[in-house]
Write a protein that binds this ligand. Sequence first.
Ligand code: NAD
Length: 473
Amino acid sequence: MKGEKQAAFYQSVLNSFDKAAALTDLPKGLLSQIRECNAVYQMRFPVKINNQFQVIEAYRVQHSQHRTPTKGGIRFSSQVNQEEVMALASLMTFKCALVDVPFGGAKGGVKISPRKYTEVQLEKITRRYTTELIRKNFIGAALDVPAPDYGTGAREMAWIFDTYNTFKIGDIDSLACVTGKPITQGGIRGRTEATGRGVYYGLRELLNQADEMEAVGLTTGISGKRLVIQGLGNVGSYTATISQNEGGAIIVGVSELEGTIYNPDGMDIDKLIKYRKENGTMIGFPGSKKLEDRDGWVSLDCDVLVPAALESQIHKGNAGSIKAKIIAEAANGPVSDDAEDILRDKGIIVLPDMYLNAGGVTVSYFEWLKNLSHMRFGRMEKRFNQNTYSSLVDLVEKTTGKVIGKRERQVVARGADEVDLVRSGLEETMITAYYQIKDVKSRRKRVHDYRSAAFIAALNKIGSDYLNMGIFP
Ligand code: NAD
């Protein structure tokens, strides 16, 4: 039934929240405040498409304003409805708290299938949606800051910024009203890849844990691990390329709208992405076999399943057939809560969305800071560091009497660029958050899974924010 999946998704988030909330010492009234969405803006606006007026349904939900601005992506999809946006906005609050990004959670959705519109029509819709947000004070550097999500990217963010900027003449911080912008329009290097790169860092950290790997019967390390990816969009493609090229993982299966392909010996993901671009499909990629059933990706023989498309992809109907030992939730809500018991009984580790795909919002936070400071990261210290390291190399050469090679000198005596700093900040964030969750999981006897542990870690931080405000004695 239409909308059923999204309603189940929101219920799933609420169920996971309730399960974790019961394990905290926070006052009941405070938990109810944190659980609910603070503001839901449902809108309808007309857009003239091919000389006909179309009424577009859209949303912006601010889940929690315990910290401002609120933050969350904008989704363009024909499946958007209020409950889906509420579920996604709620997840954003917990995600931000978990990775120490000082924002409340929000999310936006426009109920359209972007493939059915031309670029000019999409621009019209995006600009009109932004105008609606401005009218209701649902956008601004200090209020609510959108970003890309499913079906949107840097192009849409540029339209949003430009529309906002046109209305808000004199707002010196207008660049910070939206993140995920193109570099030339106030974006930050490393944002496009950020969510996928964060998935890689988080998964790598889990795979490095000897105790966890022993429990599921895997060796430690990401190198050689067999991954199956669902969705080769922004998050899925960067997760796959970085895991393969930097981690040495093997991509054995990929599922996309046109079908699922598999090769137990692994597929070169860079070549596959190029092939898909050139041919408009992955089917026929040399060395791969097409599965009869597209949804068969779930039960492929592999070590890690990476759902990176949409919510509710793994449910009680297919969870029993999973052969993977780990599910890495790159997408938001890909595992329904009715599947959790089955996965737990099978001993499968689920690395939850709220942690694993937090790389996007983390780097969005860096972009927002860059926009507010009106300066590129690394501009002040890059040359200073480079000169200092170079002097050190000179000193080593002088004292040892040996000449250090040009290449070695370039590696050591180098100042960090913006992208280096962004990646370093992201890696630090993902590793720190992993150990915060693992700590909750190992200390609390009644907490057996990463999702509950992540919720508890986030809830304790949000709870103490509220308690510090003195609202809840
Ligand atoms: P995207 O639109 O770039 O890519 C999604 C891909 O999934 C598309 O290529 C689409 O064809 C494919 N897909 C859709 N339905 C499918 C199906 N049934 N089977 C196989 N493939 C299917 O979107 P994205 O930005 O990569 O987002 C993917 C997920 O990650 C979403 O859940 C989103 O909320 C989440 N997420 C995205 C970001 C971000 O920075 N973009 C950040 C955090 C979380």
